[in-house]
Design a protein around this ligand. Structure first.
Ligand SMILES: [Zn+2]
Length: 82
């Protein structure tokens, strides 16, 4: 049910924190299995992470924040980062 609460297909909610100020949902795209050049997962070491925070419309009168867990990878075969 939580996967669909914000209507972002394919993204997964893996954490919800409620505080006096509001709710914070942590989102991530499921693990990448191929690089854009088609090379497989075992050639894709992680290459950093970004976690931008977005504010959404309030829910139940409380602030809603979305923390997006964006992982970066660099392909060992073609050198592309994505
Ligand atoms: Zn590649």
């Amino acid at each position: 049910m939580l996967d669909n609460i914000l209507n972002l297909a394919d993204w997964v909610v893996y954490g919800v924190r409620e505080s006096a100020e509001g709710y914070q949902f942590t989102w991530a795209y499921p693990a990448i299995t191929l690089c854009p050049g088609g090379h497989a997962e075992d050639q894709l070491p992680r290459f950093g992470r970004k976690e931008p925070l977005f504010l959404d419309l309030p829910m139940h009168g409380k602030r809603v924040a979305l923390l997006v867990d964006r992982r970066r990878y660099r392909c060992k075969v073609c050198g592309k980062t994505f």
